[in-house]
Design a binder for this molecule. Structure first.
Ligand code: ZN
Length: 140
């Protein structure tokens, strides 16, 4: 179910998140207002913070480090390798594994042109490839 307003499309979860955001901001403002006008709460928070600031700092740092490590392990966006991003590289790697059989560009699937002994070039994307076939004369 999606409700469409002019150019904004709201899903069921989008509405839920917006409502939660409004509720959370209201509660935070109410809590902050209470803190400003309640000396007992100010005293309590200053004591509590002096006791836990180190734990909160170390805990936050540890969470960030673990999140970065997990993102690195799972190759999430900032750590994605170029081969994984393009998706085409695995094809080139598979093609380079059997150089004897390469006679077509793995990217364009077009026949390769021999530019020099052992070197081939795609007529379309201009990529170069090595050939382990017996050396042949370049065709001008
Ligand atoms: Zn090509």
């Amino acid at each position: 179910m999606a409700t469409r307003f002019a150019s904004i499309t709201l899903s069921k979860y989008g509405v839920l998140i917006a409502v939660q955001l409004v509720v959370n901001v209201s509660l935070a403002l109410w809590l902050y207002n209470e803190y400003l006008h309640n000396p007992f709460m100010q005293d309590y928070l200053s004591k509590a913070w002096s006791a836990i600031w180190l734990d909160v700092t170390v805990g936050t740092f540890a969470i960030v480090v673990v999140a970065l490590y997990l993102a690195y392990r799972r190759e999430l966006p900032p750590f994605t390798s170029r081969e994984k991003r393009s998706g085409k590289m695995s094809l080139a790697v598979a093609a380079s594994a059997s150089l004897e059989t390469i006679d077509a560009c793995p990217y364009c699937d077009l026949p390769l042109k021999t530019v020099s002994a052992g070197r081939l070039q795609c007529r379309n994307c201009r990529r170069y490839f090595k050939s382990s076939l017996p050396k042949v004369e370049a065709i001008a």
